[in-house]
Design a protein around this ligand. Structure first.
Ligand code: HEM
Length: 409
């Protein structure tokens, strides 16, 4: 939808609701975010609900007890459907859909295990990233997502979780199914396919769990099993479903994150100069790239009661979407928000959320993306197309590029 049509010329009022599922919005949501921040920071959106675009409102919403994560009673993922659908059973076992205080102990357990596994896994990271780059450089494809970032994140996460099967591509299909939990599932046929793929994913992890019970190894699933009988451990179902969660997060958002950071970097000549003259660290480059091209564009919540946000009435059970991507570019908080800066503090960043549901894999993700980006830039790969020509998947709430062709040296 053209922006001129979206807003009345003089009134700066919306003349039409923003459609979060429209191709135009997926392609470039940032001009819309800016208009909304300036004119209608709590906006009614299609298909339903309200979108928050100001940093301050988003921070308050992330801390609010009146906004919950548990699926609404109208959702197919609601607890009442847990015995009917694989997707609902999964949703009710994993952190993104469980509110405090129910999530606290499970969250602590998963954080401890992920941290411990990170220490063991990290030394292998550089070697895996370098080998994958060699394969990419030898191959015919120019697509740095399909032939570098995607197989790299897949291999890294298979090692992290404990999958040993050398035929790893089908895990990618399974992790892709997982993210349909975070979008409205209105197509019955698609929903059935998603349930079937999730059931296969569960069954593979169940087999792995049995293997590791008998023979533990240095992987995440063995760590979770060893904590199972402690008072703060996870049940068998929760172990399996948490592994699905960690795996899918580590594959999908990370492969997108690599391309997003590289694309943001090649948009900004000053950043390129700073990075090449060591005035900007790799860590800073990743952090700024993810701020400007945030893979998790917005996170959903449900209003627990009738409420008001910045003067806008919101009825109980309404979805409220918190645009982390918009907050990350809010000029009220970020100086020169459209630029990559080397000395920007991480304190206000929203890339990985905040509070009770903040990302527990932010360090793991930043390390993976950093290793990949270092190789892409270090080997002198240069983009064949500007950021404006990259196509993005039509996946609600995410900014995931489809292809990113680069010229090899
Ligand atoms: C660039 C990559 C990533 C991005 C942008 C990202 C972003 C996020 C965001 C924004 C949230 C908060 C959701 C909310 O508030 O509703 C979140 C939650 C989560 N992330 Fe990540 N994530 C990334 C990678 C990872 C990785 C590698 C892992 C693996 C451990 C991971 C595990 C999780 C988990 C388990 C949660 C749920 C926490 C909870 O609900 O308590 N993420 N992520």
């Amino acid at each position: 939808m053209a922006l001129a049509k979206l807003f009345g010329k003089k009134t700066t009022q919306l003349t039409d609701e923003v459609d979060l599922g429209s191709t135009a919005f997926f392609q470039d949501p940032y001009p819309t975010y800016e208009l909304l921040r300036n004119n209608q920071p709590v906006a009614a959106v299609k298909p339903a609900g309200h979108l928050l675009t100001r940093h301050g409102d988003i921070l308050s919403a992330l801390a609010s007890k009146d906004l919950r994560n548990a699926p609404s009673r109208f959702s197919v993922l609601n607890k009442k459907n847990a015995d009917r659908y694989e997707a609902a059973r999964l949703a009710n076992n994993i952190l993104p859909f469980i509110d405090p205080p129910g999530n606290t102990i499970r969250r602590q357990c998963l954080i401890r295990s992920v941290r411990a596994q990170l220490d063991i896994w990290q030394p292998s990271l550089e070697g895996v990233a370098a080998r994958q780059m060699e394969l990419f450089l030898q191959g015919d494809s120019e697509d740095v997502i399909e032939k570098y970032a995607s197989p790299l994140s897949l291999n890294l996460m298979c090692d992290f979780i404990g999958f040993e099967n050398p035929a790893r591509n089908h895990y990618k299909d399974l992790s892709d199914a997982f993210f349909y939990l975070f979008a409205p599932l209105s197509d019955a046929e698609k929903f059935e396919q998603v349930n079937n793929r999730l059931a296969r994913f569960r069954s593979e992890l169940h087999q792995l769990l049995e293997l590791r019970r008998a023979n533990p190894k240095a992987d995440l699933i063995s760590k979770l099993i060893s904590a199972e009988h402690e008072s703060e451990g996870l049940s068998e179902d929760e172990i399996i479903d948490s592994c699905m969660l960690v795996f899918a997060d580590g594959v999908e958002n990370v492969e997108a994150g690599v391309a997003n950071v590289v694309a943001a970097f090649y948009q900004d000549r000053d950043a390129q100069e700073m990075f090449h003259s060591n005035e900007m660290s790799l860590e800073q480059l990743v952090s700024e790239g993810l701020r400007l091209q945030t893979p998790a564009q917005f996170v959903p919540r449900i209003a627990c009661r009738d409420m008001e946000i910045s003067g806008v009435e919101i009825a109980a059970e309404t979805p409220v979407f918190l645009s982390l991507a918009s907050g990350n570019r809010d000029t009220e908080v970020f100086e020169a928000a459209e630029k990559m800066l080397s000395g920007r503090s991480a304190q206000d960043l929203l890339t990985f959320g905040r509070g009770a549901h903040s990302c527990i894999g932010s360090r793991l993700a930043s390390l993976q993306i950093g290793a990949a980006v270092k190789h892409v830039i270090g080997f002198g790969l240069t983009p064949k197309i500007p950021l404006s020509k990259i196509r993005f998947k039509s996946r609600l709430a995410h900014r995931w590029p489809t292809h990113y062709p680069m010229t090899k040296p």
